[in-house]
Structure formats: C-alpha cells, structure tokens
Design a protein around this ligand. Structure first.
Ligand code: 1GP
Length: 242
C-alpha cells in the first residue's frame, strides 16, 4: 500500500511534527545496523531515510533489506543517485535539485531512473530539493556541481520553493548539507513555510535539541537528523515532539 505520503500529509495537517533519522549507506556497516535500529525504534523518530551522495552500487539495497527486518517505521529512500533505488523501501523521494541549474539533477537522472522504477511498485514522492549555503562546501554541491542558494536571498529561496509547489511537487526539502556548520536559519524556514501549502522538510547540521526545537517552531514539519545521531546514539533521549 502506497500510504507514506498520505500519512505524512495527514500527520502534518493535524499539526504533528515528524522526525526522520538519515542513514547513509556509505557510513554504516551492516553489522552496526541491528543495534542502531533498536535505538532508532526506541526514539521519537517517525521515519527512516536512507541515502547518500556517494554510495557504492548495491550497498543501499542490502542495507535497506537488513533495516526492514528490524523496524516497522516507514523507510524512505533519499537517493544521491539512480543506483540507490531499491524496491525494498516503502517510498522514494524523487528529488529535483531546484536550487541548482544542472539539467542532470532537474530531469536527466529522473529519465534515467524510469526504466528502473517501472514495475517496482515503489511509492514515488516528487520532492523539490533546495541546497542552501552553510559555511562550507558540501558533498551535494560537489557531486551535483551546483551552487547552493545564498542564505541572504530569502525571497529567492521562497520563490524557488513556491515554484516547486506550482510544478506539482509534494514536499519541499530545505537542505544545508550533511554535517553543515550552520543549519537552515529559522528566518528561512518560517518564510518558506508561510508561502507553502505542503509539508516542509528541513535538514543538515542540526545537532542540538535547541536547534531541533527551533526548526519545528519556525515551521519545519519533518526534521532530518543524520550526523548527530550517528555520533551520539543517546541524542534523542529526552527529545519529545508533538
Ligand atoms: C543531510 O539533511 C541531512 O542530507 C542530514 O544532515 O547529517 O547534518 O544531520 P546531518
């Protein structure tokens, strides 16, 4: 049943906040997964995202298969490349890098993925993905050969997110980049949210409970945490979300 987006939408429409733990296949050995997922299951996380900017072929497929045997949380692919698509997941964020102007990440990779997606039955969620500058070069920037948007040009970020909505995208993801020095500012989050009629995902560089709360208070519906949980598995102890 393809209900991942429907469930996100109804949770968000009823005022709930969601939290996704990001697992990068490049950084996780299979042996670590059972123990790590047990901690994720016991935490406030509502979703597991799997993906990375540079991942070896097949690594995602194997990893997702193992994660699925240890959790009932929805598992959503957040792929850096077509090779990371696997039918073992529950859904796929079909990302368009609308902050950039590289045609490969606006349509090229999407066309390339169709022969892989056809017949898989994987739920596909069109997602507008905006990379915002954070103080250092990120893997996304390097791999996609695109420039992040300036943090100062908030109206331009708002307009880009809105253009994604008008193009029919179902989610907008504001990304500062994994391990970002500066997470997305609350001003950017609240400005984008004020003009958007869909769930808003925010991630990159969120490593304190205060930053997490600030992102939610500013209007993030789903916050994605990767590095903070990788480095400290007790990160979510005492974190509550409404
Ligand atoms: C990266 O937004 C995610 O794509 C998560 O970033 O690893 O910094 O939490 P962190």
């Amino acid at each position: 049943m393809k209900t991942v987006y429907k469930d996100i939408r109804s949770a968000v429409d009823s005022g709930k906040k969601l939290l996704a733990v990001l697992i990068d296949p490049d950084k996780f050995s299979i042996e670590k997964i059972p123990d790590f997922i047990t901690k994720v299951n016991a935490s406030v996380a509502t979703h597991i995202f799997v993906g990375g900017s540079t991942v070896e072929d097949d690594a995602t497929h194997v990893l997702v298969e193992v994660i699925k045997t240890h959790t009932s949380l929805p598992l959503v692919l957040f792929p850096g490349d077509v090779t990371q698509i696997t039918p073992k997941a529950d859904a796929l964020l079909f990302l368009s890098l609308i902050s950039g102007r590289n045609p490969e990440y606006l349509i090229g990779k999407h066309v390339e993925s169709v022969s892989k997606l056809r017949g898989l039955g994987l739920e596909v969620i069109p997602t507008g993905y905006l990379l915002i500058e954070n103080g250092k070069e990120t893997a996304v920037q390097r791999v996609t050969a695109t420039k992040p948007m300036s943090r100062e040009h908030i109206q331009s970020i708002v307009d880009t997110a809105k253009a994604g909505e008008l193009l029919g995208m179902k989610l907008i993801y504001l990304e500062a980049g994994s391990g970002a020095i500066q997470p997305i500012t609350t001003k950017i989050i609240s400005s984008v949210k004020a003009d958007l009629n869909m769930p808003l995902i925010v991630g990159g560089g969120i490593r304190t409970k205060k930053q997490l709360e600030s992102a939610y208070n500013a209007g993030a519906d789903i916050v994605v945490i990767g590095t903070a949980f990788e480095q400290d598995e007790s990160f979510f102890n005492n974190v509550t979300i409404s």
